[in-house]
Structure formats: C-alpha cells, structure tokens
Design a protein around this ligand. Sequence first.
Ligand code: GLU
Length: 448
Amino acid sequence: MTTAKQYIAQAFESVKARNPHETEFLQAVEELFNTLEPVIEKHPEYIEENILERIVEPERIISFRVPWLDREGKVQVNRGYRVQFNSAVGPYKGGLRFHPTVNQSILKFLGFEQIYKNVLTGLPIGGGKGGSDFDPKGKTDREVMNFVQSFMTELQKHIGPSLDVPAGDIGVGGREIGYMFGQYKRLNQFDAGVLTGKPIGFGGSLIRPEATGYGLVYFTDEMLKANGKSFDGQTVVISGSGNVAQYAVQKATELGANVIAVSDSNGYIIDETGIDFDLLVDIKERRRARLTEYAAEKATAKYVEGSVWDYEGPFDIALPCATQNEINAQAAERLVKNGVYAVAEGANMPSDLDAIKVYHQNGILYGPAKAANAGGVAVSALEMSQNSLRLSWSSEEVDQRLKDIMTNIFETAKTTAETYGLGTDYLAGANIAAFEKVANTMIAQGLV
Ligand code: GLU
C-alpha cells in the first residue's frame, strides 16, 4: 500500500516532469504538498481518487495575442492569458496582472494559490488568474486604454458573472478595470457582475481598494493577539508601495504601530517618524511617481537603493506586500537578526521555501499569503453579492464583514493546526483546511 508520504512524493515528481520549466508554479505546489501528509494520512480516499494529480492541472488555460497601437501609431504585441484553474466551489475568481515578468508559470502559481485562498474566505468562488506581459509603467492613459480594449476584446469571450470574474492585481487598478468594463459593455451589455474592483459609480464596492491591506492587518492582529501581542507600539517594515502596502500602512498605524519603511522596485524609504499615508498615496496614486519624491519632500525620510529586506536595524513585524520571492533564506536570517518575531504576507508567495524554513526554525509567527491576503478577493466576492442584489452596502458594513472573514480565516488556520498537533504552524493549518474542502468538493462532484 502506498503511504501518504510516498503518494505526495510521486505526485510531485509527476508535476515536475510535466512542467519542468514552470519554477514558480512548482514552488507553489511544493509549498502546499509539504504540509499535506497528515491530512492525506487521515483520508486514504484522496490517494484512491488521485486527488493531487487532479488539483495540479488547470481546468483550462487561454492564451492569446494582444495587438495595440502605441502613442506613435506603431503596432505593439503582447501576450494575454487567463488560467481557469478550479471551479469546484464557484466561478473562477482572481485578478489580472500586467507586468513584464508575467508568463504562464507565474499565472499558474497565482491561480493555484487563489483556489485555496478563495476557499478560506468561506465564499462561493473558484480559483483563476490572468494578465499580460504588458508593462503599464511609463505608458500614457491612452496607451493603457488601447491595450486594455484589445485585451478585453478577446478576454470577453471567456468570462461572465457565473463563469469567471476577473479583478485587479499588480499593474491593474481602478483605471484599468474601468476601461475593461467599458469595452466589455460595448461588446456585450452592461453587466456589473463580470468584473470586480470596479470604480464606485458602476457597481464597485466601498472598501475594495482598502481590502487587501486592511485584511492583512486584521489577520495579523488576530495572530498577534492569539500569541499575547498586539500592533500597539510595535515597529513595522512593509515592502511595496502599491495598493496593498498603502492600506496596510494606514491600518497598522491606526492600530498603534510605527511603520518605518515602504519600498518600490528600486529602493526603499526609511522614515522613523512613521510613513505619512497621505503623502504616500498622493505620490503613488495621483502623481504616479516614484518613492524618491517622498524623501525629497519629507525631511525625516531617507531613500536607500536596494531591497528593503537588506535593511539592518531593530523592528518587530515584517509585512511583505511587494511581489513573489522577495524574501529568501538570507533575507529571512536578517529578519531574525533584526529582532523580527512576526511575518505576515500581503503579496502572493513573497517568501521562498527556504525563507519559510528559517521562520519555522526560529519560531517566527508566520501568516502565509493565502490566508493573510485573502481580504482583497473576499471583498471582491462581497462586490459580486452586492451586484447580484443590485444594491450597495455602506463602508461600515463591508469593513465589518471583512473583519469577520479575516478573523474566521485565522481561527480556521489556528484550530486546524492544533487539531493536527502542529502548534502554531498557520501555514499547515491554512493549507490543510483549504485543501480538505477543495478535495471533498471535487470528490462529491464525481469525475471533475
Ligand atoms: N489579485 C488579488 C489576489 O491576489 C485579488 C483578486 C480578486 O479580487 O479577484 O487575491
């Protein structure tokens, strides 16, 4: 008889053999598989049903050409994708990423993570992800619109309120979603439920822009409280300066933390007096400028080139909110040396597998991405509910629901870890709880 351990090892070998060049996707699969032994031991039917072989194959991948005209009237071509990974618990749901690094491996890792994240919210949404290698940086509004209209001309054939509901991710915010919605409407009809993260005015939800950052802080606050700590008086370093980082700065500060750093792809700001949320948002959102402007305008701030995880100085809590694999083993060791006792992830897969090992070895409280950053997609699902009801809830109502969802996710991760005798391993707790739900649902649906 095959043991759970052997089964997982065999299944992983086969994923590697079938997707040899998809390093990010393999990493996300390995991270999940590493934690599944106890739950597969408990459920021999998962081996019988070949469940691991099934969950690693996307239901469908759509890949397409996106031709568009730049400001000089020249034809440019990018690649567009939608990975429709798993619809066991609901329509495919997940963001679109516009970034030059986008490829099939990255979108498969993101889509794979999204399945489990979405299940953890307790809301009826499956997992998907998409995007393009288009780089919005340095483009005019018109160029972005030209690109987006061409992108949606193809994507609209594959999405719909009960089929697949895209939203934003890196490089895709309210502006891009607005243009996408307009193009969808011209080709079909007004249907608010086809995209989330829409601007207020045509079906957007209050608190959606804030949701990932706020949700991250709500989750982290629960994790800290369960371990006799809180944000109050703690020094926090946040990476990134996009939407997730911005609202994490605001909420952590509100809870009494001193956030001393944020970063962009070139460097980071250290401001011991606390990052000024309004100035940060003005620079990033209104001016669409770089962080160097922050240092130029605020006397207490210093701009340093390089990764914020190279920073040497004492702090307590790290909230990586930039991108995948920003923290490796060396950076994780530096966090330990700096005195950090908690890491919670606003970005998707910001810690690599070796960094996670360092957290475990040093007893760092670790809030993994698929649990800690689920607030964004959770409020997207609330946006879908409001669109179906044809009404909109107040900020207070959405914020309260978000808080309840994040508290529930933490409780699920915590109690599942405890049930399996895994202490405070919230990664294993979240993975096991989410995987069990997806696996049971798929088995109940027969051969899917
Ligand atoms: N891109 C976000 C995520 O990584 C949000 C997706 C959504 O709202 O559908 O979860």
